[in-house]
Design a protein around this ligand. Structure first.
Ligand code: FAD
Length: 502
């Protein structure tokens, strides 16, 4: 067994995916020689600034000090995503992280809320979410539980500068022994018998050999596609946006502890507040709006002074038919792309790394192991895809052909089943270890105005007075807890301010 262990890993690409993989492997695997190759000439995609709470598990895995990480990436805290104009123009709702209210007996909070709302004794769903209440008040603290109660505290993720994040991870990885080579890969050598990649060859002629190759080369997919021709499953018929214009701007006020996603006539715009600037971008479908118009829409909706020329990125939504093929595992943009609406790309990198660690191969590259990895990655991609499609499909907008097309399109069967189940009794079933939990789906389904026909009969166990008291108590606890938190700005200033901007 010892003889067939992998000893040499080559990571192709030094964007977020490459350095995340390098940091994770070097901090968790013994006796591996890891080399990362990146090309300064090609550069990185350089966007990817909003995350979800699972990133804290990744940080813990590689032993990151959270305050240092935020300081170095000029980050802020993120409590959720606020959606504007999605279901209908004028709608605002939040997909807040963390729990909302609390379950009673066997029944989850949203079921009581559906009854409470129907009977006029419940407020907005967000009134029972500490995350959402704190977000509206621009407040934040690390608070795992609301003191003296059984209610969960704050669940959080981060906004950060993607380039600084990669640089920060590079320091960690290099300290842990990862070797970096700068240079452009010009060709790839494959073994004629096994089809495995044996080496990549740089433009200047140097060959770098390895046993396991991790393709983090971005949209180019240098190994998994260009060399191995693995194939790509296109999902643009469900997620038609294919471009983004990105521009940073000056902060126009204190950094909000949440991302904003504002729907426009043929796509949507993100606002991501960092300590030293705000990241803005307009994701759109080029069939419905020109680049000039999309740029104008973005610039008209940027809050502070733009700090650079707008830059266009092109993409195609979908996933690699196999994320792992022969001795190549693709991570990041090389493995597929889901647009950033729910900030899931960096999570998918982390998820790919975690699953690679649990399926770490030996030099036999057992097919059953590779198949299991690929099945699991596909499941994760497909379920996140469904969640993102929901935001587009469940709309009542009549103001533009883009939204009408999204509403009228066929959707994946797995999503149709989720929507049907929700419509019948407000139920959501989380299958397997799919990323988004019931309360996340609930917020978006309800936020996009999908109305359940009823609620679970067990919610009738409380009298109307008991139900009313239940909501009043939780609302009071949540509002009180939020008001006692420091402001987001003060929390950062006290714990993790970056100092003078670069
Ligand atoms: C518009 C947009 C917005 C996004 N927003 C978010 C977000 O808010 N949250 C989120 O989680 N994700 C987001 N993402 C996704 C996120 O940007 C990516 O998942 C992340 O940056 C990973 O990129 P990467 O490392 O796979 O690729 P890249 O950053 O493109 O890196 C590719 C690397 O490969 C190297 N390379 C390529 N070819 C060669 C060669 N021939 N020789 C040597 N080296 C080579 C390059 O030099 C580079 O180092 C967004 C993406 C887009 C397009």
């Amino acid at each position: 067994m010892g003889d067939s262990r992998i000893t040499k890993v080559v990571i192709v690409g030094g964007g977020t995916a490459g350095w995340m993989a390098a940091a994770a492997l070097s901090r968790t695997m013994e006796n591996l020689s890891i080399r990362l190759i990146e090309s300064d000439e090609i550069g990185t995609v350089g966007v990817g600034e909003a995350t979800i709470p699972a990133i804290r598990l990744f940080n813990a895995l590689i032993g990151i000090d959270e305050d240092e990480f935020i300081r170095e990436t000029r980050g802020t805290f993120k409590l959720g995503i606020q959606f504007h104009d999605w279901g209908r123009i004028g709608d605002v709702y939040m997909h807040a992280f963390g729990q909302i209210g609390r379950s009673l007996g066997m029944l989850s909070f949203p079921q009581y809320w559906l009854r409470g709302r129907a009977e006029g004794v419940a407020g907005r769903l967000g009134d029972y979410s500490l995350n959402e209440t704190a977000a509206h008040a621009n407040r934040f603290a690390r608070l795992p539980q609301i003191p003296s109660t059984s209610l969960d505290g704050i669940a959080y993720a981060f906004h950060f500068d993607a380039a600084l994040y990669a640089a920060y991870l590079r320091k960690i990885a290099e300290r842990a022994g990862v070797e970096r080579t700068e240079g452009k890969i010009a060709s790839v050598r494959r073994n004629a018998e096994t089809g495995h990649i044996e080496a990549v060859v740089l433009e200047k002629g140097t060959a770098i050999d390895g046993e396991l190759f991790i393709d983090c080369s971005g949209f180019r997919a240098l190994l998994i596609e260009e060399a191995l021709g693995t194939g790509f499953e296109d999902w643009t018929h469900w997620l038609p946006c294919d471009r983004a214009i990105a521009v940073p701007s000056e902060n126009a006020g204190p950094a909000r502890p949440y991302t904003q996603a504002i729907a426009h006539k043929a796509g949507w715009q993100w606002r991501i507040p960092l300590q030293h600037r705000t990241g803005n971008g307009h994701v759109y479908c080029s069939d419905f709006i020109s680049e000039d118009e999309a740029t104008a829409v973005l610039l008209a909706n940027v809050e502070g002074r733009p700090l650079a020329e707008p830059r266009t990125l092109r993409f195609r939504t979908g996933m690699r038919s196999q994320a792992w093929n022969f001795n190549v595992v693709a991570l990041g943009l090389a493995s597929g792309f889901l647009e950033p609406l729910e900030s899931t790309s960096i999570h998918l990198i982390q998820n790919g790394i975690a699953k690679l660690l649990s399926h770490f191969p030996d030099r036999d590259f057992d097919a059953a192991n590779i198949d299991a990895y690929n099945r699991r990655i596909r499941f994760d991609y497909e379920r996140i895809r469904d969640f993102v499609i929901l935001h587009y499909h469940a709309n009542e907008r009549t103001d533009s052909p883009f939204w009408i097309r999204c509403r009228e399109m066929e959707i994946p069967e797995t999503l149709a089943q989720k929507i049907d189940l929700f419509r019948s009794q407000g139920q959501i079933v989380r299958e397997g270890d799919e990323l988004f939990v019931e309360i996340g789906w609930f917020q978006v389904l309800a936020g996009q105005n999908i109305e359940p026909k009823g609620y679970h009969p067990m919610a009738d166990a409380l009298t109307r007075e008991e139900l009313s008291g239940f909501f009043a108590d939780i609302g009071t606890i949540v509002a009180g807890a939020a008001s006692r938190l420091p402001t987001h700005e003060d929390f950062i200033a006290q714990h993790c301010a970056a100092g003078v901007p670069a």
